[in-house]
Design a protein around this ligand. Structure first.
Ligand SMILES: *Cc1c(COP(=O)(O)O)cnc(C)c1O
Length: 426
């Protein structure tokens, strides 16, 4: 298994990168993905899996099988296709749980991320008496902020008063975790919910989910997490960390295609409580009584009880293909490679990057995943355009950040080398 190299052992030559790729025990996974090519037909250096992961070859085959079954069986396919559609979401019961360190039944794949955030807010944010407030990061992904603010407004409350935002101190790039913990303690019994992105999309900063969750619980609040940039990037133990709920999308590190079906975790202790308020739909009803078509909703225990609709089979097929790959590789092995690969790219940047740029992603273990966010004093947009023209795909985030994420499933040391080389020339 690959282990993270001590930075002193890193050698900045191209030969070193080639040698590391040749020794990489996860190297074969690279061939399981289709890669975009440039105008000359050569594969691009793709470091944008934090935004949209590459297409797993197996996804094509699984989507085609579902199309064939639809053609062959039509309505009978619900029960008689090779993976009966009526229970299709069950295929993710164990796979999904292993991905995020959950128990079977705590994870369901459904909807999209923002929809799941709304469903979870309905069930887990219960403003009552003094206890009304939601704590989140300032500079959270806008959809999360919109979701939280719209819930607060829907209850006739003012976000300015009921949403606490903790951001970086002035002159700093990152949020200090101790500031989050202090804000939680300070809010005390006015705090109803903490809802933070596990890895910040712009800076790549990862938070201590277990510590922050424990701090929320200590003041009697719930803790929910947006794991859009965590899932498939960092190992998790959502059950043991005692997280109340979590949501993530599947098109970033999880490689399940544009707008892919999202994931949702509900801790067993809440999933068992079928009386917990929720926005209901027939697929969340106990399957034993679902088809009696009666007016009374009886929630199914577990995360499945939050499903609204019968699952979108054609959209779930790529997710199934992708999670089978994650299951074979294992999050721990992927993360070990990721740490080594990202440390290598960081060392290259430190040695070779042009003046006026710096990596803002934190560097201590547990505070980052694959992504490095590079802030430029000027010309970030032009540099990003030049990088793209040189065949390296990263992305640009306002106002001055280029994000590069070597995804351990399909990226290697030469990808990092090529990216930094192109950045130096850009
Ligand atoms: C990518 C991302 C989203 C996107 O939301 P969708 O509902 O999938 O469009 C939301 N929140 C965070 C933190 C993200 O990183």
């Amino acid at each position: 298994m690959t282990t993270a190299l001590p930075e002193t052992d890193i050698d900045l030559t191209r030969t070193f990168a080639e040698r590391m790729d040749a020794q990489d025990p996860l190297r074969a996974f690279r061939d399981e993905f289709e890669r975009p090519t440039g105008p000359d037909g050569a594969p691009l250096t793709y470091l944008c899996g934090n935004s949209l992961g590459l297409l797993p070859r197996a996804a094509r085959a699984l989507v085609n099988e579902e199309l064939d079954d639809w053609s062959r069986h039509a309505v009978e396919g619900h029960l008689h296709s090779r993976r009966p559609w009526v229970d299709y979401h069950e295929l993710f019961r164990d796979l999904g749980a292993r991905l995020v360190g959950a128990r079977p039944g705590e994870v369901v794949m459904m909807n999209s991320l923002t929809v799941n955030v709304h469903l979870m807010m309905v069930s887990f944010w219960k403003p009552e008496g003094r206890r009304t407030k939601v704590l989140m990061e300032r500079g959270a992904f806008p959809s999360d902020t919109y979701a939280v603010h719209s819930h607060v407004r829907a209850r006739g409350l003012d976000p300015a008063e009921h949403v606490i935002e903790v951001g970086p101190r002035s002159g700093e790039d990152l949020v200090r975790e101790s500031d989050i913990l202090d804000a939680i303690r300070e809010a005390g019994d006015t705090l109803a919910l903490v809802m933070i992105g596990g890895v910040n999309y712009a800076t790549g900063q990862a938070f201590g989910i277990e510590r922050i969750t424990a701090a929320a619980h200590a003041v009697g609040a719930m803790a929910g997490w947006d794991l859009a940039h965590w899932a498939g990037n960092l190992p998790a133990k959502l059950h043991d960390w005692n997280v109340d709920f979590a949501c993530w999308c599947s098109y970033k590190y999880l490689n399940s295609g544009p707008g892919a079906v999202a994931g949702c975790f509900v801790h067993e202790r809440h999933g068992a409580d079928v009386s917990r308020p929720r926005f209901a739909g027939w697929w969340g009803n106990d399957p034993k009584t679902r088809f009696r078509m009666g007016p009374e909703f009886v929630a199914r225990a577990g995360a499945d009880g939050w499903q609204l609709s019968n699952p979108p089979i054609l959209a779930l097929a790529p997710l199934l293909a992708s999670l089978r790959i994650f299951d074979r590789a294992g999050m721990d092995a992927l993360h070990a490679k990721s740490r080594s690969l990202t440390a290598y790219m960081r060392a290259l940047l430190a040695a070779r990057a042009p003046a006026g740029c710096r990596v803002i992603t934190p560097n201590t273990p547990g505070t980052h995943g694959a992504q490095l966010s590079i802030a430029f004093e000027r010309d970030a947009r032009a540099r990003h355009a030049a990088l793209t023209a040189a065949g390296v795909i990263g992305d640009f985030r306002e106002p001055n950040i280029i994000r590069l994420a070597p995804a351990p499933l399909y990226n290697g040391w030469m990808d990092a080398w090529m990216a930094v080389d192109a950045l130096c020339r850009a």
